[in-house]
Design a protein around this ligand. Structure first.
Ligand code: NDP
Ligand SMILES: CC[C@](O)(C(C)=O)C(=O)O
Length: 332
């Protein structure tokens, strides 16, 4: 089994007394900044003027321009959107990095696909939480954590790996498990997971189920509860105790249906499509398409985003969630 690091295995000395600049204060940025601060580390935040800048200030951080934050940092963690990182890196990060400091990422995309080429005089590592930023923060506050991968791309000081692990510990990841990876493995598996399973696979599965029921004349509210709301409850059982725990809790009728009907929906054909998705990630075709889409001003992204928002599952979901005040909905 691969080595998994927990709090007890990590020496945090390599990060203590150092200044960590968190560049960006969105989903991951706010979580890393707040968790590291609560873990006793010295955090400054680098941002442009705007919504995030005001929020980070209100939340008590020393907020500076990106360049000013990077200048003073021993570790610069880049938590800008992937597609915007190369421009900000060239204009404000590259020439402000201190010699022998560390340049860090939460996803290997730009380094792996050569959109950012770091200088030779800094350590380069990634700490990639395996969960959404808002959960990185929420679980930390609940004395739990989200697992993370760490990987070293360049080690000029000989300490990159220790600093990366200490960073992962500081954001709470070592409560759940921290695992070594490479930039290539993190980038390719993360893109695959979010496209084929976690985001793309799941939304397509939910919509297909919702459409099948509503097109057959069933009430949209029933279809919503069945195909989306209950998904969380089922996934919680798998999160807590694997598929065996979910199967322990569901009825034998449901389990028989799981065995005989599941593979009719998700099968070798689906796996072949997943294989195509993986190949396009590995050979750079997906990355190229995403970079070009951004250069063109995101015409397809915006069109699909609008049509997804207008899917009937959105309206019925909003109505039903409004009637469940206990459901945490940060975008309500
Ligand atoms: N979202 C997630 O849960 C995960 C993300 N990651 C990785 O983490 C990184 C950050 O992603 P994510 O947290 O989703 O990003 P978000 O889109 O949530 O946040 C981006 C932040 O960057 C700021 N920003 C954008 N452009 C600039 C600029 N030109 N100058 C200064 N600040 C700017 C935004 O501020 P403003 O308010 O001014 O726009 C905002 O604070 C990415 O590499 C991503 O792949 C990894 C694991 C999970
Ligand atoms: C699943 C999406 C993710 O990879 C994540 C939250 O881990 C992302 O990049 O947002």
């Amino acid at each position: 089994m691969a080595k998994v690091y927990y709090d007890k295995d990590i020496n945090t000395a390599s990060l203590q007394g150092k200044t960590v600049a968190i560049v960006g204060y969105g989903s991951q940025g706010h979580a890393h900044a707040q968790n590291l601060r609560d873990s006793g580390h010295n955090v400054i935040v680098g941002l442009r003027k705007g919504k995030s800048f005001d929020k980070a200030k209100e939340e008590g951080f020393d907020v500076r321009t990106v360049g000013e934050a990077v200048k003073d940092a021993d570790v610069t963690m880049v938590l800008l959107p992937d597609e915007g990182q190369p421009k900000v890196y060239e204009a404000e990060i590259k020439d402000n990095l201190k010699e022998n400091s560390a340049l860090a990422f939460a996803h290997g995309f730009n380094v792996h696909f050569n959109q950012i080429v770091p200088p030779e005089n800094v350590d380069v590592f990634l700490v990639a939480p395996k969960g959404p930023g808002h959960l990185v923060r929420r679980t930390y506050q609940e004395e739990a954590g989200v697992p993370a991968l760490y990987g070293v791309f360049q080690d000029v000081t000989g300490n990159a790996s220790d600093v990366a692990k200490a960073y992962a510990q500081g954001i709470g990841a070592a409560r759940a498990g921290v695992l070594e990876t490479s930039f290539q493995e993190e980038t390719e598996t993360d893109l695959f997971g979010e496209q084929a399973v976690l985001c793309g696979g799941l939304t397509s599965l939910v919509k297909a189920g919702f459409e099948t029921l509503t097109e057959a004349g069933y009430q949209p509210e029933v279809a919503y509860f069945e195909c989306l709301h209950e998904l969380k409850l089922i996934v919680d059982l798998m999160y807590e105790g694997g598929m065996e725990n979910m199967r322990y809790s569901i009825s034998d009728t449901a389990q028989w249906g799981d065995f005989v009907s599941g593979p009719r929906v998700i099968n070798e054909e689906t796996k072949a499509r997943m294989g195509e998705v993986l190949t396009e990630i590995q050979n750079g075709q997906f990355a190229k398409g995403w970079i070009l889409e951004n250069q063109a001003g995101r015409p397809q992204y915006n069109a699909i985003n609008n049509s997804e928002y207008n899917h009937p599952i959105t309206a019925v979901g909003q109505e039903l969630r409004d009637l469940m005040p206990f459901v945490q909905n940060p975008i309500r």
